[in-house]
Design a protein around this ligand. Structure first.
Ligand code: ZN
Length: 505
């Protein structure tokens, strides 16, 4: 057993090195690469990814996992292993199993289809014409339906797709919490909108980029993001990536019309970055265990800082005077209350990434509903635009003026990422459920935010989330920390309280 563990650790180390090299190439591609580097860079990334895939599918890895007792009924291996070792075995058992179940013909077709689907989607979105993208989506849906059969499932054919991004989560569990969101969020959004439409025009003035960057950097430092182990750059779409345990980079953009977009994307990515810098399981630096537990748990950390902390009164009681010093022209006539109402404004909109905190999750519920129907065959891609618009009207109360602002807005389907969307809203639910516990456990959290001090919050998350790294699955971390399974009521309670306070102020 010890020998098998050593061999697994060696393989893990090599794989993580390859994945970090691939991440560095990807980061460079998004931030610094000159345009003509594109073709060679793509070849470099494809080569590395195929090396990684080969190593994950390696029968020798399967043999090591066998020796460690891993199997369908014991994915974490032998009961003699400690929880951190079991976490590592479980991760590799999943990866190795998937790689073995997908025949190379499927992998090749999927990679060919998605690489052509992306430019087709870009063009279709530009023209606002879904019919141009439809043949590609048909192929992608067929491939995903094949994948789900190849992986096998017990309850719902969507389960294996969801499990790729959120290990341990099931369609039934998502159905349960999303139907609560479907019931409770639209009337809540309606109430808030009816209560008043705050003026947020001050956010759309011209804000100097250098000052926004300096201000964002100060906040990141206060959050605990370590610039000795990270950095911030610009890219078209903000993202965070780990190039190593001690090199976690984030990006933002200053190109959107609202200053809030740049600022809150810095805080959002800072939440991802902090989690990735602190994620460890025992001495797991540089191992698969030494990173975030899942997509949704990662998103929960980003949303926690962006919305729950970063759009709270206590936070801005500390930072608003500094913000006004930096931007006197834009904020002279704006009180703290007006500022808070501006950054938390609720309004129905077509585009998910620009949606407010209340309607955002409804955009995700919509995608989950449609994806499930595509996978069961209850919906065919040809009928997707109509179904999309119908759901938008039902959930958000708005009909997109064209397909570019509707069914074609996201890149996920063109990339074959069916099963990913739910993690965005699950992230909101995880963050509210965890934050509710943190507030109950630690008195005086708000008072510490008013001093720009976040060590109490970080300490709680370190003990409950960060320190497990990826050695435990997200649903288990959530249940252990909060004493109950996933519960959408916490998120609804949080929103109700927040907007009640804002309206009464
Ligand atoms: Zn995020």
């Amino acid at each position: 057993m010890t020998d098998a563990l050593k061999r697994l650790e060696k393989k893990d180390r090599e794989l993580m090195l390859l994945e970090h090299i691939s991440a560095l190439l990807q980061w460079d591609y998004e931030t610094k690469m000159p345009p003509k580097g594109l073709s060679e860079r793509s070849q470099q990334i494809v080569l590395l990814d195929s090396l990684i895939h080969k190593k994950l599918a390696d029968p020798e890895l399967g043999k090591i996992l066998d020796d460690l007792g891993a199997g369908e009924s014991s994915p974490g291996g032998s009961a003699d292993l400690d929880p951190v070792q079991q976490g590592m075995v479980r991760s590799y058992f999943r990866e190795n199993r998937k790689s073995r179940l997908l025949p190379s013909s499927w992998v090749e077709e999927f990679s060919e289809v998605t690489s052509q689907a992306h430019p087709a989607w870009v063009q279709a979105r530009k023209e606002g014409r879904f019919s141009d993208f439809r043949p590609w989506l048909e192929k992608i849906v067929r491939l995903c339906r094949e994948k789900t059969e190849l992986f096998g499932y017990q309850d719902h054919p969507y389960d294996p797709l969801l499990d790729e991004y959120e290990p341990g989560m099931t369609t039934a569990a998502v159905d349960r919490v999303f139907s609560q969101l479907r019931r409770e969020l639209p009337p809540l959004a309606g109430e808030i909108i009816e209560a008043g439409r705050p003026d947020d025009s001050f956010l759309f003035q011209d804000y100097e980029k250098e000052k926004l960057e300096a201000f964002g950097t100060e906040i990141l430092q206060d959050m605990g993001y370590d610039f000795q182990r990270g950095r911030m750059d610009e890219s078209v779409h903000p993202f965070t990536t780990a190039v190593g345990q001690h090199d976690v980079r984030l990006t933002t953009r200053y190109t959107e019309p609202s200053a809030a977009d740049a600022l809150f994307s810095i805080i959002h990515e800072g939440g991802h970055g902090l989690y990735e810098q602190e994620a460890r399981a025992g001495d797991a630096a540089g191992t698969r265990n030494g990173s975030g537990a899942s997509q949704a748990m990662h998103e929960s950390q980003a949303r926690l800082w962006e919305n729950m902390v970063g759009k709270s009164r206590a936070f801005w009681e500390h930072y608003y005077p500094r913000f006004q010093d930096l931007f006197p022209r834009q904020t002279a006539a704006v009180s703290l209350d007006e500022f808070l109402r501006g950054i938390t404004k609720v309004a129905p909109s077509c585009i998910r990434v620009n949606a407010d905190e209340v309607t955002y999750s409804l955009h995700v519920v919509l995608r989950f509903t449609l994806e499930k129907a595509l996978i069961t065959g209850d919906l065919v891609p040809a009928d997707l635009p109509g179904a999309w618009n119908e759901q938008m009207e039902l959930l958000v109360g708005i009909t997109p003026p064209n397909d570019a602002q509707g069914v074609l807005q996201d890149m996920h389907w063109a990339a074959g990422m069916i099963g990913y969307f739910p993690t965005y809203a699950l992230g909101n639910l995880y963050s509210a459920q965890l934050y509710e516990c943190a507030l109950a456990d630690i008195p005086g959290m708000d008072a510490s935010f008013r001093r720009g001090n976040f060590s109490l919050l970080r300490g709680w998350f370190n003990a409950q989330v960060y320190r497990h790294g990826a050695s435990r699955q997200a649903p288990e971390i959530l249940e252990t920390a909060s004493g109950k399974p996933l519960d959408a009521s916490c998120f609804i309670r949080y929103l109700r309280q927040k907007y009640r306070d804002l309206l009464e102020a």
